[in-house]
Design a protein around this ligand. Structure first.
Ligand SMILES: O=C(O)CCC(=O)C(=O)O
Ligand SMILES: [Fe+2]
Length: 290
């Protein structure tokens, strides 16, 4: 409630599955830049693919982020790899997968859908309220590598600058990151063996407000600004190669987000046009990546 951030254990994801996804990512990130750039994000649809270090910037005022990442959206492991791609630039559809290392797709998708998603169900959210809004979520996932930064550092470059995530919540396998607590102090979120970290994100706040208005009993107690969208960053000014795998869980693209009637008055006219979740997330990604 105060920080919008917590650990889950007994999440049901096999350690072997986590080990595999980390193994293929360590192999992937040891490839030559030239090889990874074959799937450069700007040449692929839907904000998927590879982004090199210093390519994106999360914190306005910073110059760029010191990490590289490979982004995917939800894809059925059983479907043929690289089939049925959507070319309309929207989120969703299949991904384009690196040729190397072998087994990258399988390890990644096993972690992503078959294993990470039950964490969501374990939090008891899906069945009760969001089930019909999360039938086909893109559930974007990023596998990131933060190279060491030793020697003189640029003040305007950190691993990932200060930000909040913009979907509903993020499930994070991580090495240390920093979270802003309710006293405005940066605290280290130290990895705890066998746990994943969950961070509330912006879209969830929209949801909880919407639910309050529609008086859905179960979710109503989650309202009144109880949840904070977690402000966080990664500062990798050390000699460690850091890896992390955030899964950004959101709603289906066509779920409508609009200012709720109880928040609109003569003094406070609606500040935002209605927007679908897909369009909203697309706008956020454009700001981040371009
Ligand atoms: O690398 C991490 O631990 C966090 C990454 C992150 O905050 C993000 O990608 O939004
Ligand atoms: Fe984040």
């Amino acid at each position: 409630m105060n920080v919008g951030f917590f650990y889950v254990k007994n999440h049901g994801i096999l350690q072997e599955c986590i080990d595999n996804v980390l193994k293929v990512n360590k192999e992937y990130y040891s490839l030559l830049l030239e090889e990874k750039m074959k799937l450069y994000r700007k040449t692929l649809p839907g904000f998927t693919g590879f982004s090199p270090v210093l390519d994106a910037n999360t914190e306005p005022g910073n110059s760029s982020d010191m990490h590289e990442e490979f982004d995917i959206v939800r894809e059925d492991l059983e479907l043929k790899a690289n089939a049925e791609k959507r070319n309309d630039g929207s989120i969703g559809g299949a991904n384009t997968w690196p040729e190397h290392p072998e087994g990258y797709r399988e390890a990644t998708l096993k972690y992503h859908w078959q294993d990470a998603l039950p964490t969501f169900a374990a939090m008891d959210l899906s069945e009760r309220y969001v089930h019909d809004k999360t039938r086909n979520p893109a559930a974007r996932m990023s596998a990131a590598h933060y190279p060491p930064q030793i020697g003189p550092v640029n003040d305007r470059v950190v691993g990932i600058g200060v930000h909040t995530d913009f979907q509903c919540f993020t499930i994070l396998w991580q090495q240390p990151l920093q979270v802003l607590n309710s006293d405005n102090k940066w605290i280290d979120a130290i990895p705890i063996d066998g746990t994943l970290v969950i961070k509330w994100a912006l879209l969830l706040l929209f949801f909880t407000l919407m639910v309050e208005f529609h008086v859905q009993p179960w979710f109503a107690r989650w309202t009144n600004d109880v949840f904070k969208s977690t402000v966080h960053r990664v500062v990798n000014r050390n000699s460690i190669d850091r890896y992390s795998i955030p899964l950004f869980f959101g709603s289906d693209d066509d779920v409508n987000i609009e200012p709720i009637a109880s928040c609109i008055s003569a003094e406070r006219p609606a500040r935002y046009e209605p927007i679908t979740a897909g369009e909203y997330v697309n706008q956020c990604l454009k700001t981040l990546f371009y």
